[in-house]
Design a protein. Structure first.
Length: 223
């Protein structure tokens, strides 16, 4: 109904509230990377939320999607993307494709994105959507994300969009030296962590408190 009322101005309205989102929710909280901000301007979050939530796509909270999963809060997408420190030459691994919103942002920032989703229906829908939007630098896999994608490793950056009890050893192993892993860790109370691989091991920085759906190692049993 809202789309019909606005007519040709509908896209302009969505672009306007996206710009306001970036100003009020992201820049005001300290995200400064100009490449990240440009990607957040370009990628339409309303393309990745359920149809009945399109007009609320730029509000400051995560949104429910299929299979009990969520699409992350815009600020958290921007923050996690900035923490990866990408310059556009890297290949990135994403654990948890979801609807593909974070994937699209990464595809704007990196040379290539390998993304893994546990739920086959989400994986298929996000691939179709990202293909339709013209992204050609993304590889998709349906699998347990904790195992990573060893045959395509090592990675300059890995991002995890679900909370693990601890950083999965396979993901740490698949980082290049100097590579960064951004991951929510914990049960109940969670911390967003930045883990960097060095010549002598790993450094770890706690960034902020977050709330993500838990990482699953298998599909839930059918009821």
């Amino acid at each position: 109904m809202f789309k019909e009322l606005l007519g040709k101005k509908y896209d302009d309205y969505l672009a306007f509230i996206r710009a306001q989102m970036i100003k009020d929710q992201i820049v005001s909280r300290g995200v400064k990377d100009q490449r990240v901000l440009a990607a957040m301007h370009k990628v339409c979050r309303h393309c990745f939320v359920p149809e009945d939530l399109v007009t609320r796509a730029y509000e400051d909270y995560p949104m429910p999607i299929e299979n009990g999963q969520t699409i992350s809060q815009p600020y958290i997408v921007a923050l996690m993307s900035e923490l990866l420190g990408l310059d556009g030459t890297e290949r990135v691994l994403e654990i948890g494709t979801g609807t593909g919103y974070q994937t699209a942002v990464l595809a704007e920032l990196a040379a290539g994105v390998d993304t893994i989703e546990l739920f086959p229906d989400l994986a298929g829908e996000s691939k179709a959507k990202l293909d339709k939007l013209g992204y050609r630098n993304i590889n998709f896999r349906t699998a347990n994300g904790a195992a990573g994608w060893p045959e395509r490793a090592p990675y300059a950056a890995i991002i995890v969009t679900c909370a693990a009890k601890n950083a999965p050893p396979a993901l740490l192993e698949q980082l290049k030296e100097g590579g960064r892993l951004v991951i929510p860790v914990g049960e109940g109370e969670q911390e967003l962590k930045l883990i960097t691989k060095t010549a002598s091991g790993f450094t770890e920085e706690a960034v902020c408190s977050v709330r993500f759906v838990p990482m699953l190692d298998a599909l839930p049993a059918q009821k």
